[in-house]
Design a binder for this molecule. Sequence first.
Ligand code: AHR
Length: 652
Amino acid sequence: MLKRTILTAAGLMAALTLMAQTVRLDINLKKAGAPIQPTMYGIFFEDINYAADGGLYGDMVKNRSFDFPYALTGWTAYGKIDVKDDGPFDRNPHYLRLNWSGHRDKFTGVENEGFFGIGLKEGEKYVFSVWARSNGGKLRIELVDNDSMTETQILTQGEITVTSSDWTKYKLELTSPVTIEDAHLRVELIGSVSVDIEHVSLFPKDTWKGREGGLRKDLAQALYDLHPGVFRFPGGCIVEGTDLDTRYNWKNSVGPVENRPVNENRWHYTFGYKLFPDYYTSYGFGFFEFFQLCEDFGCEPLPVVSCGLACQFQNDDPSAHVPVDELGPYIQDAIDLVEFANGDVTTTWGRVRAEMGHPEPFNMKLLAVGNEQWGEEYPEHLRPFVEALRKACPEIKIVGTSGPNSEGEQFDYLWPEMKKLGVDLVDEHFYRPESWFLAQGARYDSYDRKGPKVFAGEYACHGAGKKWNHFNASLLEAAFMTGLERNADVVHMATYAPLFAHVRGWQWRPDLIWFDNLRSVRSCSWYVQQLYSLYKGSNVLSLTWDGKPVTGAEGQQGLFASAVQDGSLIYVKVANTSSSPQRLEFSFDGLKKAEVVKAVSRVVYTSPDPDADNTLDDPQAIIPRTRIFQGEGKAVTASIDPMSFNIFVFER
Ligand code: AHR
C-alpha cells in the first residue's frame, strides 16, 4: 500500500515536472509575414457518397426522367404502362404513358423509392412537379409511408388534371403530416384517359435561399458555415469518368434541368454492398448552380475539367486516353467554360448563363485541368491546354496536379513537369495515416518559393485501422494545418476531401459532413476546418521554440503551432498531439517599450474519447468550446490539455 502511494506520488511529481517545463513560444510582431490568401481554406465537392442527387441537390425523386439505362430503375410500376422515347426533351427522351387498366378496380401507377427513401418533415411543404400531356386525364399524387401496410400509409395526396395535349409542367404543393425518413412518391392514373408523364420531381419548398428546385438547406448551410475561400468542383475522379464517355461534361450540366442528360457516375460500380448499382447523376446540381453557390458563399470558384484521360485507377485501356492531337474539343470545352462563367451576354456561352438568370459574369479566375493524373501522358495532355488557355484567357490561373500520392516516383516526376509547363498551382492529394500527418508538420518549409504555388486539394487523416471519422484524425489534421498556415507564401489553397456522405449510400470515408434523409452532422474534421477559416488572419507571424518552427519534430513534445495577425489581433494555433498537458508561455517580441499584449479569448477543441465523433443522434457531442483566458504583458502563459487543438486570441 505504502509502495503504491509512493509510486503515485512519483507519478504526480513527474507530471508536475513536465508541466513545469514551460514551453516558450516566441512570436515576432516586428514584421508581418506572408499574406494569407483569401482562398486558403476551402471546400471540394464531388458527387461521391450520394453527395449530389440524394444529397445537396434537393430533388428527392430517383430517375426522375426515366432515362437511366433501365427506364424504371427506382420506380415500381403497376397496371398498364408503356415506356416511350420520343419525349419533349431530346437529351432525356424517355417518358411513361399511364393507361387505363380496363377495369374500375384495377389501377395504373408508378411509385418512386427516392434515395434510400424520401425524407419528409411534419408541417413542411413539398413541391411536386411533372411534365404531362393528355386529353383531360387525371393523376393522383400521393406521399406514402413505405413501411405501413394499412390505409394509413397514404400520408397526403392531391390531384392534377392534365388539361393540355401539349407537354406542360404541372405543380402541386403537398404538406407532410408526419416526420418520416422512408416515404415513397406515388403517381397514379385516375379514370380511363391516358396520361403521359415525364420529369417527375419532388423538392422541399424550403430550400437554400428559397430557390425553387434548389438545394437542401441544412447541407448548403453546413458549407456556408465553413466560410470557404475557394470551392473546387466537380471532382475528383468523376471529372475523368470510368471511361471518356462518362466523364463529367460541364456542357451537359447547364441549361434547363429537364434537358441535362443523365450520366453514369464514376462511383457507380464501387459499392461493395449493392447488388444492382444505380448511381447516376442528373446534373441537376450543375455548373450554373455551382457558380451561384460560390457567389452565395463569397468564394472563388475552381472548376476542374477533363484533360482527356479517363480515370487512370479504373481504366488503362488505350481508348480511355484521347490522342494528344485529338484534344481540340476538350480544350474548347475548357475555353467555353471560361466564356460561360465570364463571357459577355453576347457570346455563345455567356448567353446561356444569362438565359439561366445570371447576366452578370461569375468572375472565375482559376481552372484545374485534370484531376489526379499521372505518367508521361499527363504533361503531354496538359501542354496543349496550357498553350491554348494562356492565349484565349490569360487572366485564368491554371492548376495542374502532382498525381495521387503525397510523395514517391510519380510525385517527384510530376512536380518538375508542372514547373516546366508553368502552371500557377499544383494540386497535391494525401489520404494518409496518423504517422504521416505527425511527420509532415514541416512539409512545406523547404518548398521552392519561386515555383508554382501549392493547392492541397484533397486530404484527410485516414487512421491506420481506423478509417472512419474520429476526433484524433481531426486533431492531426489541425496539427498538420499549422504547417499550411506557416507556409502561406507557398500554400495558397487547401480543401479537405471528400465533403459529403449519405449514411446509407457511402463508398468512401472519412468525410466532412454526414447526412440521412432528414438530418446532417458536422464531423470533428468539419470543426477543425471551420476554426481555421474563422481564425484565418491576414498575415503569417513568425513563431518559434528555441529558434525553430514548431512542427512536431523530435523533442517538441508533440506540439505543432503557428501564428497569424488580423489587424490588431493575433491568433496563435497550438495542437498538442501528446497525451500530456503542457504549459506554454507566449512571448511577444517586437512590441514598443510600453506596449503589452492582452489575452482576449481562447478556443479549445478536445474530446475525452479520441476515437469518437459527432453523430446524427448527437451532432454536438464534440464541439469547440471557449474558455476563460486572461493575462497581459510582453508574455502570457497558459496550459493546454492533452490531445487538444487550441486557438489563443490576443490583442496588441
Ligand atoms: O475524394 C475521393 C477520390 O480520391 C477523388 O475522386 C480522387 O481525386 C481521389 O482519388
